[in-house]
Design a protein around this ligand. Sequence first.
Ligand code: SF4
Ligand code: FES
Length: 258
Amino acid sequence: MTKTLTNITLKIWRQSGPDAPGGFESYAIPEISDEASLLEMLDLLNERLIEDGKEAVVFDHDCREGICGTCSLMIDGQAHGPQKGTATCQVHMRVFSSGDEIVIEPWRASAFPIIKDLMVDRGPFDRIVEVGGFITAATGGAPDANLIPIPKPVADASMDAAACIGCGACVAACPNGAANLFTGAKLAHLNLLPQGQAERYQRAEAMVETMDAHFGSCTNHGECEAACPKEISIDVIALMNADYLKAKFKNRKALSRS
Ligand code: SF4
Ligand code: FES
């Protein structure tokens, strides 16, 4: 049954630009349906701000279905908020209570500088994907299903890694600002499949070294896995580390033969 929440206070981080000083501003939401999503509540707040001649709160969103990875809010100090395995756009007001104060901030990571208010620049993720998150080997047209036999556990593990939506919560949740879960997922997605083998070790070396150039180091806190809306397993990091180590030998050998 639908309920109406009353007396919600939002404490929202406002910052006019990357180098401007930021700070929290409070906004009262007198009432809101518990069926509304958190982003719908921000939409309503923005309509009110615009009607009052004030600047709307800038925040990222696109699909609002948990699939694009665009939404990115720290809600009460947790990346994507209090619900496990849930992206910001899928957080609904029913997880809150009347009288709650909800603190909303942008991702906090030096690799993701704030553009404005709650929107950050996640370009360093693109740099990682640009150096290896693809297959260039000519594979011809789409083959018939099952033409390349792939054991089910391998296909499942690759598919699980491919669920990464590139949201950046893993980086925001990590005390070191490390991007190992994201990079590990992107590598596992391709490196586990037969089609990914030709470039497996070049991909591992290039993506890990690009990651290291932009992000902090992993010290196995596990906060990334806990914050991930797609529940990507931290196992992808172990796979990435093993592939990177092998790459350092295999790529040298290949170079010495060329
Ligand atoms: S690994 Fe999870 S938290 Fe990190 S970018 Fe991918 S979906 Fe987001
Ligand atoms: S808006 Fe697309 S995942 Fe949230």
